[in-house]
Write a protein that binds this ligand. Structure first.
Ligand code: 6LW
Length: 505
């Protein structure tokens, strides 16, 4: 049977997966966004539904100091002894820690701190009760994969941190996971860096400490040096075995819109795994994957399709919504005007590193459109509310209602690096506005109107100017954002959004 990749589209990098009975759970990294570490559930590895976040409290996820693409790097999720464990790194906060839960939908525990300086931490629970913490850290000056034994109740190290493998010679050996398969310890990592040179390698040993013997057909997965292949950057993988004994690999990759640009971020992909006669894994089509793949799939288990429209009728935000860093609780409300989202613009703007009055959701499709109805009465120049496609503080396009020289206007502003300009401006009537950003592979089209059926585009911009290749080492991807700002001073009036539509082809 055939299935489509990515299995979780849009900015969902660094996937890690575990299984409890017939249920699979998968987490991804979330960087400067709050809540952190979204968690998904599936019964067939193809259909996934978000069930929550692992980090929902500021005490678990302080992001005040998070730069663009700082915050939460790669997580690992494991299930052992009736408990779920999620371990990760807050590179802009308190470093490495894990949280636990009996219900993966949460709430998750307070952080248990880990005294290591790594990124990409992973946990392995051995049959003898020992627990190993594996990560990416220089040990005795050697870059590569590090490991120590820990007390899983306290996080305390029970051994020195040792260097256990540095891969096959690629730069940045990272993203390690240890497994025990048929009595052998397998160590899966990525090398080459999370760009076009990314690749997955594996090694094995009779001991969890090594020495590790490298797989003779490493790299087991890569798209480096491929031509005419829109899937690029394959790496950062995690192995999982289903109840029926079949093996699978989840990993990150990205889809280019054209050589060599991608703006949706690194997405979660799936490949079937077979094993050769010597007990080494073969991934997908001999280390290659595609947008449509053939596999002996598990029994299908689909979920009800999410509504494209959010009417903000509930007393809490849907799981798809995120804040930038830790939100000021007085900057947003679902109670101020029932069935409307209220955003109270702060001095913080979209081009500041901070937490503006903003909620955002991932753009998950090349061809899609985001639409929202706004009721806002700016009373001072600089007060602004609108709809943006946002990658970071230096890369965003927005269509917004503002006041300029005392006049109520609709504008489109485009910010790319150190260039920022209002590229369209029209007088606005004193009534609610419908704002829309439509996207195809190459452009965003920004427009407005006074009812959804009569919208007009007033500007457009290249998607590639919001691509990772332009945004300087961004680890995230395009987000559609509702926002309000006073651009240096708090707004006098709140902005109210009645509904938000995310539609795709
Ligand atoms: C992650 C590292 C990587 O921690 O990029 O692709 C870093 N892999 O393993 C951020 O996603």
């Amino acid at each position: 049977m055939r299935y489509k990749n990515p299995i979780i589209p849009g900015f969902h990098p660094d996937p890690s997966i575990c299984r409890k009975g017939d249920d699979f759970y998968l987490v991804t990294s979330s960087f400067e966004y709050f809540p952190g570490v979204p968690i998904f559930h599936s019964r067939d590895l193809i259909n996934w539904r978000q069930i929550g976040h692992c980090l929902t409290r500021k005490s678990q996820l302080p992001l005040e100091k998070a730069w663009a693409s700082g915050g939460i790097f790669a997580p690992t999720i494991r299930y052992h002894g009736g408990k779920f464990y999620m371990v990760t790194t807050n590179v802009s906060g308190f470093g490495n820690f894990f949280v636990t839960a009996t219900d993966p939908a949460g709430e998750w525990s307070d952080p248990v701190m880990l005294p290591i300086g790594a990124i990409d931490p992973s946990l392995f629970f051995d049959d003898d009760g020992k627990v190993y913490l594996t990560g990416t850290e220089r040990v005795e000056g050697k870059p590569g994969i590090s490991q120590s034994e820990i007390d899983i109740e306290t996080g305390k190290q029970l051994s020195q941190t040792k260097h256990i493998w540095d891969g096959t010679g690629g730069r940045y050996p990272e993203g390690p996971h240890l497994y025990k398969i048929n009595g052998m310890y397998y160590l899966l990592i990525s090398e080459g860096g999370t760009e076009y040179g990314h690749y997955v390698t594996i090694a094995r040993s009779k001991s969890p400490w090594g020495p590790f013997e490298s797989c003779p057909h490493n790299p087991i997965l890569t798209h480096r040096d491929t031509e005419d292949e829109i899937i690029q950057g394959t790496g950062h993988a995690d192995l999982i075995q289903a109840v029926n004994g079949s093996w699978w690999l989840v990993f990150l990759a990205y889809r280019m819109t054209a050589p060599y640009f991608h703006h949706l971020g690194r997405e979660t992909f799936l490949a079937p795994v077979s094993w050769d006669k010597d007990g080494w894994p073969i991934i997908g089509n001999k280390g290659r994957v595609s947008l449509e793949m053939e596999a002996d799939l598990l029994a299908p288990h689909s979920f009800e399709k999410e509504d494209s429209r959010d009417d903000f009728d509930e007393d809490k935000l849907k799981l798809c919504w995120n804040f930038l860093r830790n939100p000021r609780e007085d900057s947003w409300s679902l109670r101020d005007r029932p069935s409307w989202l209220c955003l109270r613009g702060l001095e913080t703007s979209l081009s500041d590193i901070g937490s503006p009055a903003l909620v955002c959701r991932r753009q998950q499709h090349f061809d899609c459109q985001a639409t929202s109805l706004l009721d806002f009465k700016p009373t001072r120049d600089g007060e602004e509310a609108g709809l943006a496609v946002y990658v970071n503080d230096e890369h965003h396009y927005e269509v917004a209602l503002t006041m300029i020289e005392g006049e109520r206007c609709v504008i489109v502003r485009r910010t790319v690096g150190d260039l920022s300009a209002i590229v369209a401006k029209e007088r606005a009537q004193d009534k609610s506005l419908v704002l829309q950003i439509r996207a195809d592979k190459d452009h965003y089209y920004l427009g407005y109107g006074y009812n959804k059926d009569q919208l007009k585009i007033i500007a457009k911009g290249y998607t590639k100017l919001l691509a990772k290749e332009v945004t300087f080492n961004g680890f995230t991807g395009a987000m559609f954002a509702l926002y309000a700002t006073g651009n240096g001073k708090p707004c006098t009036n709140p902005a109210y959004f009645d509904w938000f539509d995310y539609e795709y082809k």
